[in-house]
Design a protein around this ligand. Structure first.
Ligand code: BDR
Ligand code: CA
Length: 360
């Protein structure tokens, strides 16, 4: 190929510039394209049944290069989550990916675990073999800091649990903020919660951390309940997964079956694909429709602690104290800090998920 290029270029010199340029373009177009660079991601997780689906989607998608897995407490304790993460990377034969423990509890509140939804072991009661992979000795937030500095502007953070580890990393080393390519997180909602009327679980489980992350000043995409609740993994997709086999395929089938049955007991036709939706957006952002807005996390409200408050109109009234009262004197623009996913092509996303897991 090098020779061809060389000969071609030397011949062009004798031709008129416009013709030579044209020939050069044709030649270059005929060359094989360089292999596309996979997006480097750090997957921060509280595994977690839907975390398991998300991790396996990430590990089986050529668009993504999982550089590290950092574990945060949430669905299960930090210790159980770490064990689950190690067993899953072992199942996937990916001991090359560092798996690090992170925070042991949320920044300012007690941990709330969710075995009620995710099964006693957090993985839908599916027992995986003990891990062949060893834990990385680094502290999760430190590992995030190191990897971001090692690949400036290349790392996408994909947190799918409470945002404790990410907040700790930013607090310890704010210089990572402009060096992170983007943050694509599963969490939040602008249309009511799943823990209570207002809050989504990942944000509710560490609102102060979430507020730090949302106000970080980096490109941030919020993949919240507006996506997961529309992307229901139904019996139809489960049947497609059941037709093929492999260690990952069979594990994900068992986890998904548990989730489909569980959602059935609550009258839903399928299981919301929360965490896989953030991975899917990292793979293919065209799966979702986004709206830019400013999002704050409520950290004080009696009924609304943990709510992601999205300013959909991009404005706030300007109230000025005049004597004994405030007077509205105009409106001020509010700059967006997040792309909020407001809709999803659910079938395309679910088909993508099934196609990446089938036979693996
Ligand atoms: C989120 O909460 C957790 O239980 C799930 O793993 C997901 O990350 C959905 O609200
Ligand atoms: Ca999760």
């Amino acid at each position: 190929m090098k020779i061809l290029r060389f000969v071609g270029v030397s011949r062009f010199r004798r031709l008129k510039p416009s013709v030579s340029a044209l020939l050069l373009m044709c030649l270059l177009a005929a060359l094989p394209l360089p292999a596309f660079a996979a997006k480097k991601i750090i997957f921060d997780t509280d595994p977690g049944s839907d975390d398991a689906l998300a991790l396996m989607l990430a590990l089986n998608s050529p668009e993504l290069d999982v550089r590290a897995i950092t574990v945060v407490p949430g669905n299960v304790t930090a210790a159980v989550g770490l064990e689950n993460a190690l067993r899953m990377v072992s199942l996937a034969n990916r001991c090359d990916i560092p798996v690090a423990a992170g925070a042991q509890h949320p920044l300012f509140q007690k941990l709330i675990t969710a075995e009620f939804w995710h099964g006693k072991n957090g993985l839908a009661n599916v027992e995986l073999a003990p891990s062949k992979c060893k834990v990385d000795s680094r502290f999760g937030p430190d590992l995030i800091i190191q990897l971001v500095h090692a690949s400036p502007h290349e790392i996408t953070l994909v947190p799918v649990g409470p945002l404790t580890n990410i907040a700790l990393a930013v607090e310890k080393d704010p210089s990572i903020v402009p060096l992170v390519k983007e943050v694509i997180l599963m969490g939040g909602s602008i249309s009511g919660g799943n823990v209570n009327a207002a809050a989504e679980a990942n944000i509710y489980n560490d609102p102060e951390a979430a507020q730090i992350v949302f106000q970080g000043g980096w490109p941030l995409t919020m993949v919240g309940l507006e996506v997961g609740d529309k992307a229901l993994f139904t019996q139809k997709y489960l049947d497609q997964l059941g037709q093929t086999h492999g260690p990952i395929n069979d594990f994900i089938y068992a986890v998904a079956k548990y989730l489909v049955n569980l959602s059935g007991t609550f009258g839903s036709p399928g299981a919301p694909m929360y965490d896989p939706s953030a991975v899917a957006v990292a793979i293919d952002p065209t799966l979702v429709k986004v709206q830019e807005m400013h999002v704050d996390v409520e950290t004080r409200g009696e009924f609304t602690r943990g709510e992601t408050v999205g300013n959909r109109h991009g404005m706030v009234e300007r109230n000025v104290l005049r004597g004994d009262r405030y007077v509205i004197e105009g409106v001020d623009k509010v700059s967006p800090n997040a792309k909020v996913c407001v809709d999803v092509d659910a079938d395309r996303f679910l088909q993508l998920f099934v196609s990446r897991i089938r036979g693996k």
